[in-house]
Structure formats: C-alpha cells, structure tokens
Design a protein. Structure first.
Length: 184
C-alpha cells in the first residue's frame, strides 16, 4: 500500500486584497478556497497517474491560509497593491519562502490578459519549479517555484466554480510536471 504521508501535498493558500474585496469577509474567502481544494481532491484522489490500473490517491491538505484584506494596502510590505500581468503577479507571489509547504497558491480577482485563468511553475527534472521545490536563486533573485495563481475574474465576468475548480487542478498538474497536450 502507498503511504498517505507521501501522497498528501500540504498547501499554503493566500487570497489577495481584490479576492477579499469580492467576497467581503475572511470566512467567505476561506470557504471559496476550501471548496476549490475539495474539488481538486475529488479529481486527484481517483486518478491513476502511473497507469498501474488503480487510483494513486494523491490528495491536498490546507496547512495554512492567509487572507490579505483591504488593510493590506496600508502595509508597505504588501507585494500586490498594483495591477500586474499574470507572469509578474506569479513572480511577485514567488518571492516569499514557501519551503515549509508542498505548494503555495494565490487566489485573486484580477482580469489577466488574453483570458488567462491561472499560471504555475511547471515541475521538470531538468529545470527549476514544481511541487516541493525549495526556495532558491532564479532569474537574479530568491524565488519559490512551488507556486501558482488562480483568478476568478475573466473578461470582466465572474468565473463559475466548475471552471475555477478545474483551473486549480490544471495549474497543480503543471506543478507536478505535466505539460499541455500537443495540438493535433
């Protein structure tokens, strides 16, 4: 049998001030983020990644949650006060040290360019990034590459849960090393 300690990924979830503005209370933010993790669990637990004919029971557990309220805008140390493109936003989020976690994710309510719903560092044996990757020097500064972001705003409209839940599952797939399927 598989040791569940080796198949459970501990998460650090954060919500930025725009996500907080959308949901208005810390409790509501936490509830939305928790529902995302529950849905991702229902996908990953039943998936047979190594193709041995049985599910691999990969699961995710929230170890820590931080909700940045609108008060964060008064904090000079708050990294996300402005408008950023999706790559810049992921880079800013990755400047913190997340070594104590398998993955760290930021939930936001930003309308990223070209319909982008999320972004994550892709795990790869040859390159940096992915689950459990330790904080290190990357592109001239210290970064944690075990990170990703998800937005619930797209083209000015709220992203339905059925879409945002799958977006989180998709981005975590990148963290685990999965590339996009090639176009046929």
């Amino acid at each position: 049998t598989i040791d569940p300690k080796k198949t459970t990924c501990m998460l650090y979830l954060q919500a930025d001030h725009l996500f907080f503005q959308k949901y208005q209370t810390e409790e509501a933010c936490i509830e939305v983020m928790t529902r995302h993790v529950q849905r991702v669990n229902s996908i990953y637990k039943t998936t047979d990644f190594n193709q041995d004919g049985k599910p691999d029971n990969i699961s995710f557990m929230i170890k820590r949650i931080k909700v940045h309220t609108t008060e964060a805008l008064n904090d000079p140390g708050y990294r996300f006060p402005g408008n950023y493109g999706v790559e810049k936003f992921l880079e800013l989020f990755s400047e913190e040290d997340y070594d104590a976690f398998c993955l760290a994710y930021m939930f936001t309510y930003r309308d990223f360019e070209m319909g982008t719903l999320g972004l994550a560092w892709t795990g790869d044996l040859k390159n940096a990034g992915g689950v459990c990757e330790k904080n290190g020097h990357y592109r001239g500064s210290m970064k944690s590459l075990n990170t990703g972001i998800v937005t619930l705003l797209n083209y000015g409209k709220h992203v339905p849960p059925a879409v945002s839940h799958v977006t989180l599952a998709h981005e975590i797939g990148h963290n685990f090393g999965s590339p996009h399927d090639p176009d046929l």
